[in-house]
Design a binder for this molecule. Structure first.
Ligand code: PLP
Length: 386
């Protein structure tokens, strides 16, 4: 409908899909058992959990025992970085390598490594946010426990060549983790043919609830658990499993894989159309990472002479929901660490708006936002000049 609100913030989160909700329902009713119980309720829950794990594994080209179902992308990122480093530091691998444009989940885990006596190394990136290969070759040496590089950046959509980087890490016997939270359902992910050792995903970015995720752990990867307790998930992640959410994640993951190519095509068409309109009407707008390969769902644009907070508020008043930088940073007035690391000056970084596409968008989104956005920008600029 013409005045329905428009959700353009799918990189922050997505609504739970109907199919996912339906698949989870029985586990809030008769199938409530604890998968560790040996009676029939327990066995039923165990069977559902095992099946969910197998379905998630199939979506990643993995063996079921290589999938650790957890609470979120943040947990997977922490376990990958800290769990690997804590295991390997005793073998002279005391460094962790990452990029300055990672999600805070990886950056903060890496800071924790430094706090516990390890070494933090940051790779160089170019102005589009792409990892520089010479820097990779210089920093990823045999004293590194784990190298963690995100596949798709949540703020700009920039894509790293993860299959190639993972091969390079493997050649140096360095464990390679990729934060695949924004990549899953967008790029082809296949643990059989790609050399990453660890990959984190998050349910709420693909139509499952918030609070469920998974970490792919290649067989043989050294990894200390973060939590200590029972023997669930082979001791890797103690705690009674959330069977309903695991089933929800499996359902969402299968749908995401099935729809991956068609969603890529649609989102690229919509994103490119809106980008073209914005650049036509606001020629000095700066689209971040435009010179590199990007996942199709993110458009991050800075409008010189505006600040993102007032623009976001003006958009919100007209029913259009976007974000400035990443959702986790909302409420903070520091410019995005991602754009800053890409060399964007702080004023321009503070004028960045992220529009992220998903199943709630169509041609009408582009038409309405394309009409309204340049008008709101003109108004914001005239107010700033007054
Ligand atoms: N990594 C990336 C790239 C993300 O975009 C996010 C969420 O914004 C996360 C990790 C954290 O995921 P979760 O919200 O499931 O903890």
């Amino acid at each position: 409908m013409a005045n329905d609100p428009i959700y353009l913030d799918h990189a922050a989160t997505t609504p739970v899909r109907e199919e996912v909700f339906e698949a989870m329902k029985p586990f809030y009713g008769p199938r409530f058992g604890n998968p560790s119980s040996t009676h029939r309720w327990g066995r039923d829950a165990r069977a559902a959990l095992d099946e969910a794990r197998e379905r998630i594994a199939n979506c990643l080209g993995a063996h079921p025992d290589e999938v650790s179902i957890n609470s979120c992308g943040t947990e997977g990122d922490n376990m990958a970085v800290l769990g690997t480093w804590r295991t390997l530091r005793a073998q002279g691998r005391n460094a962790v390598v990452t990029t300055p444009i990672e999600h805070k989940a990886v950056l903060a885990a890496t800071h924790q490594v430094a706090h516990e006596g390890g070494e933090e190394r940051l790779l160089e990136i170019d102005k589009n946010g792409v990892v520089c290969t010479p820097s990779f070759d210089a920093l990823v040496r045999d004293d590194v426990a784990v190298c963690s590089i995100m596949w798709v950046n949540n703020e700009t959509g920039v894509l790293q060549d993860i299959p190639t980087l993972a091969e390079r890490a493997k050649a140096r016997s360095v464990v390679f983790h990729t934060d695949g939270v924004q990549a899953f359902g967008k790029v082809e992910i296949d643990a059989k043919t790609q050399a990453f050792d660890l990959l984190s995903i998050s349910g709420h970015k693909i139509g499952a609830p918030k609070g469920i995720g998974a970490l792919y752990i290649r067989r043989g990867t050294p990894l200390e658990p973060l939590l200590h307790g029972g023997s669930q998930d082979r001791g890797r992640r103690p705690g009674t499993e959330n069977v309903a959410y695991a089933v929800g994640l499996a359902t969402a993951a299968e749908l995401a894989v099935k729809e991956r190519e068609s969603h890529w095509a649609t989102q690229q068409r919509l994103r490119d159309a809106l980008e073209t309109i914005i650049l036509e009407h606001i020629p000095d707008a700066v689209v971040h990472s435009r010179g590199a390969k990007r996942a199709p769902h993110v458009l991050n644009v800075s409008i010189p002479g505006t600040d993102s907070e007032s623009l976001l508020m003006a958009l919100d008043l007209r029913g259009i929901a976007c974000s400035g930088g990443s959702a986790c940073q909302s409420g903070s007035i520091t410019p995005s660490h991602v754009l800053t690391a890409m060399g964007v000056d702080s004023t321009l970084a503070a004028a960045a708006i992220r529009m992220s596409f998903g199943p709630m968008n169509d041609d009408a989104t582009v038409t309405r936002v394309g009409e309204l956005f340049p008008k709101l920008v003109a108004k914001a600029r005239s107010m700033a000049a007054a």
